[in-house]
Design a protein around this ligand. Sequence first.
Ligand code: IMP
Length: 179
Amino acid sequence: MPSPPVLISEADIQIRVDELAAQISLDYADKGDVVLIGVLKGSFIFLADLARKMTIPRTIEFIAISSYGKTSVSTGAVRLLMDVRSNIADRHVLVVEDIVDTGHTLKYLIGLLESRQPASIKTCALLHKAESAEVDVNIDYIGFGIDDEWVVGYGLDFAEHDRALPYIGTVLPADRAKK
Ligand code: IMP
């Protein structure tokens, strides 16, 4: 199968991740430690790059949830598969997502983490499909706004394919039908 066409190049991603890391480092400069919570699996590359480019004290955590996205039935149901390992009470939390589509996943995560009384909670998503929003959820840091199309690479998959692509590519409707 041919490589997915490029939507956002590797170079453009790196420039934007640099900018986000600089902005976040500035915003949290007087806060002490920030807990970065990466949402598995899709955020693993973005989180790795973002965390290495930040210049303030940071701790890494991961959380895994299952969602029923557009490749199956879009019910908006979200379930916790793996929790963070440390107590986030009174700590500054930044949730790091690969992409916000309908917003159900991020809304669920914010509700879950807020109930643990962190000092603050903010959100960062590399990609945002603004047209697809079904619920109102605040995203504090957005890498790129994209149209409502399925994208892969830089951590994102289609049926577990193409997560390790260094760029963000578009899955053609014809390829979607084949998988
Ligand atoms: P939401 O709950 O609809 O906002 O969906 C968020 C999750 O769906 C993301 O964390 C991804 O795992 C997945 N997702 C949504 N759109 C895409 C896409 O275009 N490519 C890959 N994964 C996606």
